[in-house]
Design a binder for this molecule. Structure first.
Ligand code: 13P
Ligand code: SF4
Length: 359
């Protein structure tokens, strides 16, 4: 039963003590979150991986790219464990290294030498990858002078990238890229979307020459479900409702909302609101339901009336957590995530550039 599972997890954690640290993303189910030593958004969890250099193992209750990031940032002796190896991210899978390399080569045909510095000290293109990408892509970005961003620091990172490059290639999430660049005043017509199936990504050389941000075609299958109609219905049915959405939502949804921000932004906005506020939230359902339970003084509901969990986050079942912890007690490390040496160094560089650019 679930009670037995929770007891097993507690017992294993008690035996392991400081030898293990359990990290949990906000989208994890409550049965997992209750066992986490740190709960946070992607940026906070990347930092959390740095705060316990003494722990032998970091058990990451989240998805694969987060565990890879923790491996990159932790000490080499520390084992990062993903309780279920099938917990991936469909958005991260939308940008693979060979497609991005191919794009880069085509951009070199348009812009010439991509390492050439202009009179302002800027190169033609700086690659920026969303945290939600493989370590190999972070490595690609690191090799080409680029930076990683999360949804909580995308604007700061883009500002930094524009200091160093005339334009940005942003992947995998088109929506985070578009929403962030738009908020910075970049006109939509200067944000062509790259299509790997078409020559020059489907844009003319002139369009690419003028481009400020070249967007990849990726998206989050959870956040793309939110619609402007849902926001209109929420406003109609709940006068005064505050609509907050994640910037992985499509641009019209972000534009129609009262605010958009990372999961931690949403958590803090709700905590700071006067009692009695009604919130319609556009993000993953486990977080929305937990916030509703933690804040009985507010009315909080999900914008999408059809429940929309992140199916891969949901693959971290407490049964897997119990298993990996008990294996650790027995002296065995299972489901270890280890980034290949060949990409680790540049990937770490791209992450460190992000950590240096405060949100
Ligand atoms: P944040 O936790 O950075 O807001 O990201 C949300 C998300 O989709 C993670 O996969
Ligand atoms: Fe990936 Fe979306 Fe799930 Fe986040 S919520 S892990 S972006 S599929």
């Amino acid at each position: 039963t679930n009670d037995e599972l929770h007891e097993r997890i507690r017992a294993a954690k008690a035996t392991l003590g400081d030898r293990v640290v359990v990290l949990g993303h906000f989208y994890q189910r409550d049965e997992v979150v209750q066992h986490a030593d740190f709960v946070g958004d992607s940026f906070q969890l990347a930092n959390a991986a740095l705060t316990r250099p003494d722990a032998e193992a970091i058990v990451f209750c989240g998805v694969h790219f987060m565990a890879e990031t923790a491996d990159l940032l932790s000490r080499p002796e520390q084992a990062v464990i993903l309780p279920n190896l099938a917990a991936g991210c469909s958005m991260a899978d939308m940008a693979d290294e060979s497609s991005v390399e191919e794009c880069w080569e085509q951009l070199a045909e348009v812009y010439g030498d991509l390492d050439a510095v202009d009179a302002d000290g800027r190169v033609p293109v700086i690659p920026v990858t969303y945290m939600n990408s493989s370590a190999a892509l972070k490595g690609f970005v690191g090799r080409h002078g680029g930076i990683v961003c999360t949804s909580s620091n995308a604007r700061t990172v883009l500002e930094r990238a524009f200091e160093q490059g005339q334009r940005v290639l942003f992947f995998p999430d088109q929506h985070l890229g578009r929403n962030t660049a738009k908020a910075m005043g970049v006109p939509l017509e200067l944000m062509p979307m790259w299509n790997p199936r078409k020559p020059l990504g489907g844009s003319s050389a002139a369009e690419l020459a003028d481009a400020r941000v070249i967007l990849w075609h990726g998206f989050c299958s959870v956040h793309k479900r939110f619609t402007v109609e849902q926001i209109e219905a929420a406003r109609r049915d709940h006068p005064g409702v505050q609509v907050i959405v994640h910037p992985e939502c499509p641009m019209p949804v972000v534009d129609a909302a009262d605010a958009a921000g990372s999961t931690d932004f949403i958590v803090k906005a709700i905590a700071a609101a006067p009692a009695g506020t009604t919130f319609a939230i556009g993000t993953e359902i486990n977080l929305v339901q937990r916030l509703a339970a933690e804040h009985p003084e507010h009315t909080i509901f999900c914008l999408d009336p059809v429940v929309c969990p992140c199916s891969t986050m949901y693959r971290i079942h407490p049964g897997y957590l119990a298993w990996v912890l008990e294996e650790l007690v027995a002296g065995r490390i299972v489901n270890r995530i280890q980034v290949a040496d060949s990409v680790a160094e540049p990937a770490r560089l791209a992450l460190e550039r992000m950590l240096a650019a405060k949100p």
